[in-house]
Design a protein around this ligand. Structure first.
Ligand code: HEM
Length: 368
């Protein structure tokens, strides 16, 4: 019987060492199994690391593994895009155990070592089995041609890609992308359209400060280039069944999944209010497109808003969540939110403070 409480305590002790933990993990992994180096991005900034964090958190939660089996299976299937094969799992497991041992000091015992090994084995087998099964019916990644690349402003591009083979997704889900301009570095984006008969996908990309992938996608990518795209994932923002009103709260390129959801809702319309905010009017980079949608659908209300309007564009000043609540659009509605993590978090808190039930608020947790 694995003592999961002891694993969790041990993990929090180790994780307290911060950036030193992924540094040690990757040095060990690449030294003992150099063949794994080619799976990871060139630039391995410790503060960006997701793998080591996930390893500790997921593996130490082995006592509730039943609840996360579907998530682990999806993660395993998704790992095929990195080139992770069944044979790589023991290497990662060994590097994890060496790392834990190194940072546990005197707390490391043969019993803890055996529990970590058993827990890792369970998680790894769930991921690797799902990956092997998926190999029979779905590609590890999709090669997609860039068919259009429209620069909307210095920081934002609307990109249309054409995956060579059908890529299934639901509005509100995300896909990850990798460009040969930044090899093996994957980033998540949420399609801005519901699935189309021709299979093309519209993506809204904003170059973030220091974001090597987003900057390349916005300023270097050209029509005719090829991107790698991973399988669709996520259920936080997918449409809940019902016919009642919907309130959408979006910031910046967070409007992309809202547009996809609106296209889906158009099949069985219900009242939708979209509050879309940006710092200033130029951040509302696809306002004409969104206005055209609201002119087309009488059930769709569009309220653009900005933090500041220095040049008097006439666009409302205020945050999308504040305005949606003030206009009475949130009470009794299903609420969907997407935008910068800070904005989603503050909007969520604000809605909770106004008495809105948390079950009515839908968003994709950041880092998911
Ligand atoms: C129990 C086993 C494992 C768990 C729980 C796990 C978990 C994760 C998670 C949550 C991420 C972040 C995914 C994302 O942001 O899209 C990740 C990334 C990654 N994983 Fe795993 N992983 C495991 C095993 C492996 C193995 C065996 C390999 C192969 C060597 C591997 C290679 C990678 C790579 C290359 C990345 C991308 C890293 C980056 O972009 O910095 N993982 N893993």
């Amino acid at each position: 019987m694995i003592d999961a409480d002891r694993l969790k305590k041990n993990w929090s002790l180790v994780a307290a060492h911060g950036d030193k933990v992924p540094l040690y993990f990757y040095s060990t992994l690449f030294l003992t199994h150099p063949e794994t180096r080619d799976l990871f991005p060139m630039n391995m900034a410790a503060q960006r690391d997701k793998l080591v964090n996930a390893l500790g958190a997921v593996v130490s939660n082995v006592d509730t593994i039943e609840a996360v089996v579907p998530t682990l299976q999806a993660l395993g299937r998704d790992h095929r895009k990195f080139g992770a094969l069944r044979g790589h799992y023991p290497a990662v497991g060994e590097a994890l155990l060496s790392t834990l041992e190194h940072f546990s000091g005197p707390h490391w015992t043969p019993a803890i070592a055996a529990d970590w090994a058993a827990a890792y084995e369970l998680v790894a087998a769930t991921m690797a089995d799902a990956a092997d099964a998926a190999a029979h019916y779905t590609p590890a990644w999709w090669d997609a041609e860039v068919v259009a690349h429209e620069r909307r402003d210095l920081e934002t591009a609307v990109i249309t890609i054409d995956p060579k083979t059908r890529l299934d997704f639901l509005p509100g889900q995300s896909v990850s992308l990798c460009t040969s301009l930044r090899p093996r570095a994957w980033r998540h984006y949420s399609p801005a359209n519901a699935p189309r008969p021709d299979g093309t996908i519209e993506l809204h990309v904003r170059a973030v400060d220091g974001g090597e992938v987003s900057t390349a996608l916005v300023s270097l990518l050209r029509p005719g280039d090829t991107l790698r795209v991973g399988p669709a994932f996520g259920s936080g923002l997918t449409l809940r069944p019902g016919s009642g009103p919907v309130a959408m709260i979006a910031g910046g390129t967070g409007v992309a999944p809202m547009k996809a959801l609106i296209e889906q809702i158009a099949a069985t319309p219900r009242p939708v209010s979209l509050y879309w905010g940006a710092r200033n009017p130029s951040g509302l980079y696809c306002l004409d497109q969104m206005r055209a949608l609201s002119a087309r659908y009488e059930w769709l209300e569009l309220v653009p808003c900005v933090d500041e309007d220095l040049f008097g564009s006439g666009i409302r000043v205020g945050s999308p969540a504040d305005l949606a609540v003030a206009h009475g659009r949130c009470a009794g509605a299903d609420i969907y939110m997407c935008g910068p993590p800070g904005m989603v978090e503050s909007s969520r808190k604000y809605l909770a403070d106004t008495g809105i039930r948390s079950e009515a608020i839908h968003f994709e947790p950041s880092g998911a």
